[in-house]
Design a protein around this ligand. Structure first.
Ligand SMILES: Cc1cc2nc3c(=O)[nH]c(=O)nc-3n(C[C@H](O)[C@H](O)[C@H](O)COP(=O)(O)OP(=O)(O)OC[C@H]3O[C@@H](n4cnc5c(N)ncnc54)[C@H](O)[C@@H]3O)c2cc1C
Length: 469
């Protein structure tokens, strides 16, 4: 392969929050010469914002996003670590649940006696006082088991299961990892005195990654977009760089093998989700430089992800009171049959729609099998539209545009027993000491964006520690 003459301290593959975070820290704290590569034309990965799309004055995203903890979030801490600020809209005050006929407050969903309410408070106190070790001991067990052993009141169990569903996007307590739900609840209780809080940056999701991009550029780092990395180069058990395309043929995907060149670096960080790793690392056990057990583990869990199918809807006039800061949810929709989430993003930010209009994000939370099948997801979208017409009367007439979307692998590994906490893949490759990983599918706790931010700070710390050796 021809060689590119540039040489870098670190190459980061992926310009999502995790890759940008690792790169910003290495540029700023260690003065490293860093190259970030991404196959998309824009930075931000799954949090990318599109200005002026689908029309002037609108700023849309890949799909519905809200971030737990807002200014107390790990993604805020990541920005602050490199000297940047994220501006947040005030917290969402309510979660409105669709009961099939109307929206009710989450408190109305599960009728509780005075004793139940006291027991709920006691349960939260207990969670707030749990140690890391206690929480970790529940990473391989279900929320249902934790509730059975710790909470005798059925109503309290039911309410906490509903909250767990909103945290994990998994409908049944038997499938939720207790460790992760308890960790998220404890983190929220410590920081906000509520079980779950969600917030939205006033600029849309780009508000969280823009500062990281600036830090990389201000500190001599480089971000190359439209660069689909073909392979991480590994020689004699060391990562030596990456192979990238030099030319693209119009029928590339079908018939042609790319012409490529090599770019060299002292280390490589793969900041792309585990289900994309086989695009850049040889997963053939006969020839891969990585051990068989690791290849098998990644292959075994890479489809343990949830999917989202939904519409972003641009409305000529609001269908939700524009003063209301709310989040909508349903445990199971009447027509489509899946859990549902929605929120009016423009109620949190006046920068993302033309004046007087409303942007409504909606989605159904489904599994890989539904999200990855074109015919299933198109059928589901039609059913979701029937649900939306019942939930938001008049929506059809007020819809100026509607963008259907789907994501297979939306927010990291499914938060199931055995897939959270220390069970997630490590941030360093076994046997290749200068190959690292970062992102929401690797070690790092908290809801997806915060998990990705935590993993990027930890990954950068590991690299900084390795540099001292
Ligand atoms: C629709 C949707 C809704 C979501 N809602 C929420 C929410 O409400 N709350 C929450 O906390 N999280 C949410 N998430 C999840 C959140 O967006 C992710 O957890 C987070 O953005 C992951 O960041 P990352 O850096 O780990 O990965 P990514 O953002 O996926 O970054 C990986 C990057 O790698 C690039 N890449 C991949 N392959 C290559 C290659 N071969 N060469 C070069 N580049 C490559 C990709 O283009 C991408 O930019 C949502 C995600 C989606 C899609």
């Amino acid at each position: 392969m021809p060689d590119n003459t540039d040489r870098f301290d670190t190459i980061v593959v992926g310009a999502g929050i995790a890759g940008l975070g690792v790169a910003a820290i290495l540029c700023k704290e260690a003065g490293q010469k860093v190259l970030v590569l991404d196959r998309f034309p824009m930075t931000g990965g799954r949090m990318m914002s599109y200005d002026g799309y689908p029309g002037k004055g609108w700023r849309t995203e890949i799909g519905l996003h809200m971030i737990e903890l807002g200014e107390k979030a790990s993604c805020t801490a990541l920005n602050e670590r490199v000297g940047k600020k994220v501006e947040w809209a005030p917290f969402s005050k309510t979660v409105d649940i669709w009961d099939g006929e109307r929206f009710i407050n989450i408190a109305e969903l599960v009728p509780m006696t005075k004793e139940d309410r006291a027991a709920f408070g006691k349960m939260l106190e207990k969670i707030a006082l749990m140690s890391d070790a206690e929480i970790e001991s529940w990473d391989n067990r279900s929320l249902e088991e934790w509730l059975t052993e710790n909470v005798p009141q059925p109503a309290v169990r039911e309410l906490f299961t509903d909250l767990g569903m909103i945290m994990t996007t998994i409908p049944h307590a038997i499938d939720m990892a207790a460790g992760e739900v308890l960790f998220i609840a404890r983190d929220n209780l410590h920081n906000t005195r509520q079980v779950l809080q969600a917030s939205y940056p006033i600029d849309g999701m780009e508000g969280v990654t823009r500062g990281l991009v600036e830090v990389i550029r201000e500190n001599g780092g480089e971000i190359r977009l439209n660069t689909d990395v073909q392979e991480v180069l590994i020689k004699d058990k060391l990562a030596i760089g990456v192979r990238v395309p030099v030319k693209k043929h119009p029928y590339q995907e079908e018939y042609r093998i790319l012409e490529t060149e090599n770019i060299y670096a002292d280390r490589v960080v793969c900041a792309l989700p585990i289900y994309k790793l086989s695009d850049i690392i040889d997963f053939n056990p006969e020839s891969s430089p990585l051990p068989r057990w690791w290849l098998k583990r990644i292959n075994d869990i890479k489809h343990e992800v949830t999917g989202l199918i939904g519409f972003m809807i641009g409305l000529s006039e609001p269908v939700v009171d524009p003063q209301k800061r709310c989040f909508f949810s349903a445990l199971k929709m009447k027509h489509s049959g899946f859990p549902f989430q929605a929120f009016p993003a423009s109620n949190y930010s006046d920068k993302i729609t033309p004046e007087g209009k409303q942007l409504l994000h909606t989605d159904l939370v489904c599994e890989h099998a539904e999200a990855s099948d074109k015919f299933k997801r198109e059928r589901l979208l039609n059913l979701l539209w029937e649900d939306l017409k019942e939930m938001f009367p008049g929506i059809e007439d007020k819809t100026e545009w509607k963008l259907p979307y789907y994501v297979d692998g939306c927010d990291g590994l499914a938060r199931q027993p055995g897939l959270v906490g220390n069970f997630k893949p490590a941030l360093k490759a076994p046997g290749i000491p200068n190959l690292y990983f970062a992102g929401d599918t690797y070690l790092g706790r908290g809801l997806a964006i915060n998990g990705a931010a935590r993993s990027s700070m930890r990954c950068a710390d590991i690299i900084l520690e390795d540099l001292k050796r």
